[in-house]
Write a protein that binds this ligand. Sequence first.
Ligand SMILES: C[S@@+](CC[C@H](N)C(=O)[O-])C[C@H]1O[C@@H](n2cnc3c(N)ncnc32)[C@H](O)[C@@H]1O
Length: 262
Amino acid sequence: MPTHLSAAKSFTAEPTKHPWAEVLYRARDPRWLADCALRLIAQAWDSVSPSEFSRLYRRICTRTMCSNARLRGLYRATQYVVANQIPGDFVECGCALGGSAALIALTLRQLQASRPLWLFDTFEGLPAPTSQDPDFEVATLFTGTCLATLDSVRQLFEELHVAGGVQFVKGLFQQTLPTTAVSEIALLHIDGDWYESVKTCLENLYDRVAPGGVIQFDDYGYWQGARKAVDEFLAARNIHAPLTRLDYSGRTFVKPNGKAAT
Ligand SMILES: C[S@@+](CC[C@H](N)C(=O)[O-])C[C@H]1O[C@@H](n2cnc3c(N)ncnc32)[C@H](O)[C@@H]1O
């Protein structure tokens, strides 16, 4: 859930209160401050640019907490898997108000590509972090935030005329992912913030991602538990493919082909 919640506020059932304690915690890292400055520049550019990405960005920007760089990562990943005919569905774990998922849906429509899009969320706000999250004291301030109802997210997709093929799955990842009907995944966006959430996504969905498919991690640089879950999983699987940096927080990863790359 990296920075920041202002654009999304008007759509939350209860306006998200940004904990100033977190700002003080982050501000000790000059890379975070630099990222905030870059983000402001990118937002200004995308608010006026005539580029295809910027046009789509302007349609969803009030409904997302993802940075422009990470949204651009999803835009490019969608283009990449469609152009390279990577088989499978599109999956987002952690959609909150629906903005990043809507960007994927709009991009698919722009490409005249039709793929199922699965959205997993509690639709009741963030669950609590656990003792596995090294920055628990800050993370716990966000329990219950990012709240958007399933109906409000469905309405967004209907308003954008991209609701066809979208499956909403309500509940904790720990309960919904083990039995999901998703069989093959071309693009997996993991935006669940906490250690247990990210770990559950990887344990249940990594093997369903097609070789050459893309996994984007929203919180790798931001929440220490998210990073820990990714690093542990890749190490346990002996996977050495590089994570590509999108910004301070986001990383993207192309699943290696079979045995050769693992
Ligand atoms: C930062 S928000 C997602 C932001 C969104 N992608 C956007 O465009 O703004 C994180 C979301 O993950 C969901 N989430 C986190 N852990 C979860 C879990 N274990 N099960 C279900 N949903 C979870 C939260 O409910 C929240 O809506």
